[in-house]
Design a protein. Structure first.
Ligand code: FAD
Ligand code: SF4
Length: 504
């Protein structure tokens, strides 16, 4: 038997089993990387996403080569042609691949006509394997993230004081998520100058015109494990102490606040979840950092991220087509060009995404996702857009975050109520409304904020469905304060808004 290893573009780690199991034999084992331009044509990806993935692949391939692995790097239109050639040239009889996290890619590999056995090895890049998550989920009546997170804290003994949570509580969000104060002094994100490999990828993407979405330069992301570790160290040193307090705040021109910016690297395999959690927990003990920030951050990586991955595998393929509210509006043109909206919150957030391929969680959930939800945009259209636009997007993390959390299209598998809000929330958590063409307090009239008329129209339209959720009753009781006449005006503003939209 001759073994060959195919390294996938989102598993750039020597810890994956195909590499760690064969370490002692590395000089004899052929390893292949494939950049397929056909695959990336499926989505109009942000150009910085393409640069990140291909540059990180090229760097990782060079590192393996320097470590004496027998590396082949192919740039091709598809996957099958270079694979077949390489398998034949090296007489490979068993192709080892880390099981792809994304279902569509797993299906694609299984459909390839290859003249050898394919051995999928377990993906060890999460704290909970998908089988462990499914066992946990099958043992529960309800799938609450908070229950899962507590189970993880106990299982991996993180922030524990014996059998009790450190400080006596599991969750310190009461001290987190404050509105932004004026003149906050935020840390600048750590940036990296493109090296020769990255510059070559940038030039090639410009030349080949794989996508025209998003600014390609300046490109400041890390592209190697070593650089990603610097991002983690910088976060722990400079941002972690304040992370929790302003986790949900949004400020004009402040793209990253105290957020970690580690998701692109975690999702590519350049960082491991356990090393992040350990670095943060160690800093807590060594520097006596505020527990609200430390616990709040660990909950993101150990709770939310693992939970989203688990739910993706717990659900079947049909999850991606969920549409509980039966929303079918198309994607407005301004999602592809921020200059085409005069709603300041959307304009600021979409401009930022165009410039960096990044937005923090509340910008994604409460500005972009919230707008799509209350305006009635198709969950699949908005999911496609998120998948194209964000630097850290992959199918497993998109389905759960966009279809489930953002759009509530799964009818409550993942969240107990929809994340829907009016301008009131955006005004409280940001400074966007102060500079907007619209009036944040109006839900009718010439300057009515679209977040307001869409919000009330959403509640009114889906009143019966929302009633069944129980947790929406208080919100729904406010509908009584609005007269039928006013609802007529609200719904005509919503209809008029759609009539005036250019569709992308
Ligand atoms: P921080 O705020 O510093 O958080 C730390 C880490 O926690 C993140 O890096 C991430 O690894 C993890 N995390 C926190 N929440 C989640 C979550 N809900 N799901 C998965 N991981 C989480 N995350 C992605 O990795 N890729 C995506 O494409 C993506 N799309 C999203 C779309 C929507 C509509 C929403 C609501 C959330 C999405 N998220 C996605 C989750 C979250 O917003 C990002 O992980 C986070 O903003 C990344 O920035 P950061 O590294 O600075 O995160
Ligand atoms: Fe957004 Fe409305 Fe505030 Fe303008 S007024 S920034 S549209 S929420």
């Amino acid at each position: 038997m001759t073994i060959g290893i195919w390294i996938l573009g989102d598993r750039l780690t020597t810890k994956q089993l195909s590499l760690s199991n064969n370490q002692s034999n590395k000089q004899q084992i052929p390893v292949i990387f494939i950049e397929s331009s056909e695959y990336v044509k499926q989505h109009p990806y942000h150009r910085q996403k393409l640069v990140l993935v291909w540059s990180a692949m090229r760097h990782f391939a060079a590192e393996l080569e320097a470590d004496n692995w027998k590396v082949t790097y192919k740039i091709a239109a598809d996957f099958a042609t270079p694979l077949q050639d390489w398998l034949a040239t090296n007489n490979i009889t068993e192709l080892q691949i880390t099981t792809p996290c994304d279902r569509p890619f797993h299906n694609l590999i299984q459909s390839l006509d290859l003249n050898c056995e394919i051995k999928f090895l377990a993906d060890n890049h999460f704290l909970w394997s998908k089988e462990e998550f499914i066992t946990w989920a099958n043992s529960r009546k309800r799938l609450l993230m908070e229950d899962f997170y507590r189970e993880g804290r106990k299982r991996f003994n993180i922030l524990m004081d014996g059998k009790k949570p450190l400080g006596g509580k599991w969750n310190y969000d009461k001290d987190n998520r404050k509105p932004p104060k004026k003149n906050l002094s935020t840390p600048s994100p750590l940036t990296f100058e493109p090296d020769a490999i990255t510059q070559e990828v940038i030039d090639w993407i410009k030349q080949e015109k794989f996508s025209d979405y998003g600014r390609i330069e300046p490109f400041n992301w890390a592209v190697t494990r070593q650089q990603a570790q610097q991002v983690l160290t910088y976060f722990v040193q400079e941002c972690l102490p304040q992370f929790g307090t302003y986790q949900d705040a949004m400020v004009t021109g402040e793209y990253t606040m105290w957020h970690s910016l580690i998701s692109p690297y975690l999702n590519l395999g350049l960082l491991e979840p356990r090393e992040i959690i350990d670095a943060v927990e160690t800093a807590y003990y060594q520097r006596e950092l505020p527990l609200n920030s430390v616990e709040g951050f660990i909950r993101q990586v150990m709770g939310w991220r693992e939970y989203m991955h688990g739910i993706y595998h717990f659900q079947d393929e049909n999850y991606s087509q969920s549409n509980w509210f039966e929303h079918h509006q198309p994607l407005p043109e301004f999602f592809g060009d921020a200059s085409k909206t005069d709603m300041n919150c959307l304009h600021q957030t979409l401009t930022q995404v165009e410039e960096t391929a990044y937005g923090h969680h509340i910008q994604r959930l409460m500005v972009l996702g919230n707008f799509a939800l209350i305006a009635g945009i198709s969950p699949q259209e908005i999911e496609n857009w998120f998948h194209s636009a964000f630097i850290d997007a992959y199918d497993w993390v998109m389905q759960t975050n966009v279809i489930g959390m953002g759009q509530f299209a799964d009818g409550g598998v993942l969240a107990s109520k929809p994340y829907a809000a009016s301008a009131n929330y955006i005004n409280k958590m940001s400074d966007y409304c102060g500079n907007c063409h619209y009036n944040k307090s109006d839900r009718t009239g010439d300057r009515a904020c679209p977040f307001n008329f869409f919000y009330w129209d959403f509640l009114h339209r889906h009143h019966e469905r929302l009633k069944s959720l129980g947790r929406m009753n208080l919100v729904l009781s406010h509908l009584k304060r609005i007269s039928e006449n006013e609802f007529g005006e609200i719904s005509s503003l919503a209809r008029k808004w759609w009539k005036n939209q250019q569709i992308s």
